[in-house]
Design a protein around this ligand. Structure first.
Ligand code: ACM
Ligand code: ZN
Length: 528
């Protein structure tokens, strides 16, 4: 009995020590700690074996300067004498794409990665393990990691319409995504309260649509507004800069251009593309607005021209066209819309929305890209090649997967980081809802009831950060972190143990990295 007890205590102690020593998030597939450490000094070379790996090496060098003020020497060459970090691509590794092997030994470090992102993901694990010392060297504990992602779509979204965030802030957001091995940034660029992307052919979209003459303040039910002009937008040059910044971190940016709804800012600039002709003002309050794009030939030309410029800026194979929350009131009363329905044999306004989306899909497909839309695009019939982002729960995603369409899960219960993360009495005003860190950690993207074949259409998940009640970037960080860290493990880790206590231990250590970066993360979870 006593021997049993001592044995159990020893096991517990070993497990606890292992858990405490490991601060890597997302947890790697295979991890074996070893004794000793590698010491990074100013003479350590970062050596790349090929051009692809060299790109990652240069990005990593930049990150090390930012994090540790530590300039690593970087070169493409074979290992000579002295300490080294070696990086190389290897398409033959027996790992999923994006996977890597990281070997940290006293004499050197080797990162081998497979396909797009593999080496970089390995370097991000390395970054999480680096411990700066007072003598300006960096110590890294010896270990071997073999790792690769569970899902191919690991996404975070940011709404820059309700509140606007600078290029530098968007880059800081991308830095966070990179550190936790996300590979998709959904940039919500247009909405009722602001149009945030320069379109050369239609300058009024940003000159007029980029600005509002006031903003709702406080609770929705108070209906209070300030009268301060608010707005901003990204020039095409800035967009290119951000796309390039993200690409170097193996993050694809999925731009969202909302249609046919959430279009008030666009219609304030160009009311001729509405059903009534306007006039309209850029929205100052939150919610769903009745004036949406009218499906005339002129409107389709307008949207196609916009999409041309968007596709020239974003290399993403997937373009988000919105599709959510489009009230049909105007279409019901519009002579053009009703005549079009008659001519096309459309039985309802939902079918008219489906016609709208299918026309846009045809255009986007003709340019070699795929559309993704919020799950409302299922109503009235899903466009043949469309991907679906399931936000009103999982039903839309399940239906789309059964219909053999690729699905990104983003159900509001688990993936809306604008929700409260703790007792509203102790939290800054939020839109509502309750999504705790533990809810996110325990989230399973593949819903029950799908066959193996159907489950394969669930390609990942994404969390959304809508910013009606998020006024500045520090507050974005507070809402996103650490919930996005929990989501990273859901999306990446193939051997998730669903042990929230162990996760919290690793998280506490991991967040010390963000302390160094002055990230304003939430501590609400510590009292839950
Ligand atoms: C959404 O939250 N309206 C997609
Ligand atoms: Zn109309």
């Amino acid at each position: 009995m006593m021997r049993h007890l001592i044995f159990s205590l020893l096991v517990l102690l070993t497990l606890t020590m292992t858990a405490q020593e490991n601060r890597l998030i997302p947890a790697p597939a295979e991890w074996s700690p070893e004794t000793g450490s590698f010491n990074l000094t100013p003479t350590t070379f970062l050596l790349a074996r090929d051009m692809q790996a060299f790109q990652d090496a240069v990005t990593f060098r930049d990150i090390c300067i930012d994090w540790f003020d530590f300039p690593l020497k970087t070169a493409i060459k074979e290992i000579g004498s002295g300490p080294y970090i070696e990086v190389a691509y290897d398409s033959t590794l027996d790992l999923p794409d994006g996977g890597y092997i990281l070997v940290i030994a006293p004499e050197g470090i080797k990162v081998t990665g497979k396909a797009d992102g593999g080496v970089f993901h390995g370097l991000m694990s390395l970054l999480q393990l680096m411990e700066p010392k007072p003598d300006r060297t960096i110590s890294i504990p010896c270990q071997t990691i073999s790792d690769g992602p569970r899902f191919v779509w690991r996404g975070m979204h940011l709404d820059v319409c309700r509140h606007f965030f600078s290029v530098d802030e968007v880059k800081q957001y991308i830095d966070l995504l990179a550190l936790y091995k996300f590979n998709s940034f959904h940039w919500h660029l247009t909405d009722d309260q602001g149009w945030r992307i320069e379109i050369k052919q239609y300058p009024k979209l940003t000159e007029v649509g980029g600005w509002r003459n006031g903003t709702m303040v406080g609770r929705y039910s108070d209906q209070q507004y300030d009268s301060i002009r608010y707005g901003g937008y990204y020039t095409q040059e800035e967009i290119r800069e951000v796309v390039d910044y993200a690409a170097k971190r193996h993050i694809n940016i999925v731009p969202e251009i909302e249609m046919p709804g959430h279009a008030t800012a666009a219609l304030a600039a160009y009311p001729e593309f509405s059903c009534t002709g306007g006039p309209f003002e850029v929205a100052q309050g939150w919610g769903v607005f009745p004036d949406i794009f009218c499906p005339t030939e002129e409107t389709f030309t307008f949207l196609e021209n916009i999409l041309d410029e968007v596709m020239a800026l974003f290399p993403s194979s997937v373009i988000h066209i919105g599709g959510d929350e489009a009230p049909k009131d105007r279409w019901k009363e519009c002579a053009h819309c009703q005549a079009l329905m008659q001519r096309e044999g459309l039985a309802s306004e939902e079918e008219l929305q489906s016609y709208f989306v299918q026309r846009i899909e045809k255009y986007v497909n003709s340019k070699g890209r795929t559309i993704i839309g919020w799950d409302e695009i299922l109503e009235g019939g899903l466009a043949p090649n469309a991907m679906v982002m399931s936000w009103r729960g999982t039903e839309g995603g399940i239906a789309a997967a059964k219909d053999k369409h690729q699905v990104v899960m983003s159900p509001n219960n688990d993936c809306y980081f604008d929700h409260y993360q703790g007792d509203p009495a102790n939290e800054p005003l939020a839109i509502g809802g309750m999504t705790t860190l533990e809810d996110v950690y325990n989230y399973e993207p593949v819903p029950p009831g799908l066959s193996k074949e159907e489950s394969a259409f669930i390609i990942g998940a994404q969390a959304n950060v809508w910013t009606e009640y998020i006024l500045n970037f520090e507050h974005v960080e507070y809402m996103a972190v650490p919930r996005m860290i929990a989501l990273s493990e859901v999306l990446w880790s193939t051997n998730r143990k669903s042990n929230f206590d162990d996760f919290k231990l690793r998280l506490a250590r991991n967040l010390q990295l963000l302390d160094r970066q002055h990230v304003n993360y939430s501590r609400t979870w510590q009292t839950q």
